[in-house]
Design a protein around this ligand. Sequence first.
Ligand code: TXA
Ligand code: MG
Length: 326
Amino acid sequence: MSVPSGTTGSELAALLRPAAEVLREGGVVAFPTETVYGLGASALDPAAVEAVFRAKGRPSDNPLIVHVSDLDGARPLAREVTPLAAKLAGAFWPGPLTLVLDADRTVPRITTGGLDTVAVRAPDHAVARELIRQSGVPLAAPSANRSGRPSPTTAAHVAADFPAGVDIIVDAGPCAVGIESTVVDCRGRDPVILRPGSITAEQLGTATPAALTGGLPDLAASPGTRHAHYRPAARVHVADIGSGPSRVAELVEQGTPVGYLGLTPVTDVSGVRILGMPRDTRDLAHLLYAALRQADDWGLEDVVIEAVPPIGVGVAVMDRIRRAAG
Ligand code: TXA
Ligand code: MG
């Protein structure tokens, strides 16, 4: 089903009634958030969560993010909402920030991938928020891609990954951000970034100075970062900053079809398919997953992605690009 742009308030509520009903009854609904599309199910219903793992082909040790309306929605899921979590939620919710806390015993183990922690976030998207509100349950929702594929930023990407269908796909157009939320361990006094994402370390630093000095993200700690991810069929070559065009020229020489995504414009090379030449890193984040999928649709064997400066959202972008390159 699709939500026309400009739909608001009571219209949206009426439109989403069937999807909320499906969620309440243990079904699976793909829906947009501001980051990427999620594959949602009631986080408190083990059979529904199981259906999400099965549909995605997701390893059972990779926990799901639970989507809530606000901090009050998160409280029953956590043993304790730490002062740090309250502070970060106050600063960034609703928004692309996921908080990891000790899980309450009522959260099914399947949802937390067997961990005794739970990840919670309040998405900043009218459709996601209305589904959470109307279904009356917290929604476990991983990105709505088959495990290992790039995250979906449009409903068409979701449909392509699940040819057998999910109960409902709610199409509300492309996602604004295009890259996933930042996952932060909030159990201690200082935040620890487990997965870099749309909210930058610099932004976290404005709310909690320690985030800036926390050093590099502790990538071992978020189970999802251990698994292969974001892989297109094409070989992904990461070019140094500024050297995208020359890398493209080298590969074009070899005669295979080459795709390009990067900030430095490629102007004088024929035989290259342009996947995107965004104007800045945020814009590149927005295009990245669609470009990886486009590369597959075009049957490209080689894709050059030019590196971006690893500051701000560039940290998350480089994390995704490196993983796409394998
Ligand atoms: O923006 C997003 O976060 C999107 C939208 C749909 O909200 N969701 C998303 O979910 O990216 P998923 O499942 O693709 O990625 C969730 C990440 C994984 O790396 C997972 O390991 C990590 O969050 N995670 C979930 N629960 C965790 C926990 N208790 N402790 C540590 N990491 C956790
Ligand atoms: Mg994912």
